[in-house]
Design a protein around this ligand. Sequence first.
Ligand code: NAD
Length: 253
Amino acid sequence: MDRLKDKVAIITGGSGGIGVATAKLFLAHGAKVVLVDKDKDALATLNKELNHENIRFVLADVSKKEDTLKFLNDTLRTFGKIDIFFVNAGIEGVARPIADYPEDVFDKVVNVNIKGVWLGCQHIIPKMQDGGSVMITSSVAGLKGFANLGAYVASKHAVVGIMKVATIENASRNIRVNTIHPGPVDNDMMRRIESDVSPESPKTVKDGFTATVPFGRYATSKEIGEIALFLASDESKYITGCTHLIDGGMLTA
Ligand code: NAD
């Protein structure tokens, strides 16, 4: 316990499946946590549910510079510093081939999944403590192509590029930057994707995805939080510039 004692963490996408599971782990290990999300109702519900003196909630859209500066300044005002930045907010877009992909949805995916990560790296990292840790949530879709998910796949590859540049640019301050690449996670995002692919039979879609995972199941959000905990802690202090796959063997099969 206390692997993050006295550390201050920002988690974007903070009211989603992975964000909440990670926040609970970070709090349990002694961190102070700022949860950032654009979902006002979910943040309000979590505020009641978690009810912890070391957590703050900030309503913000990561694709907007003024909102990024808002959660930066809120964190510094409330907790005085930033050690950990979990750049985790993301959207899946829709399941369509590139030829039929709606341009407005493509723009939204790029804005949240690429520009949101870019703005975070641009404005938050310079204000972080030396020796801090940045984790960006990519996906198996950041390392491999998946038909019908073109915008998502493109965006999740793009953040690997951002991670590699941010790694080099911040190494002299001992700030490490890594990407996390989950396979399917058993939470709302996969429910939406399954229903989008087959509104009549989402369970069949889930079974199909599950069959591609050698472990024979989706990850839990907590399992993704556990790798974030390791990368946030000093136990990973020589690990930077890496793509961390957590997929039950999916990309090996
Ligand atoms: P989720 O849908 O439960 O959570 C995503 C959260 O991001 C939501 O709370 C949403 O409100 C928030 N968000 C979306 N756009 C935002 C914006 N513009 N500003 C602020 N917040 C915003 O899904 P999740 O699984 O917790 O997703 C977290 C990350 O994990 C995402 O980047 C996702 O692409 C990635 N990922 C998820 C899976 C999966 O199977 N669920 C697999 C691989 C990678």
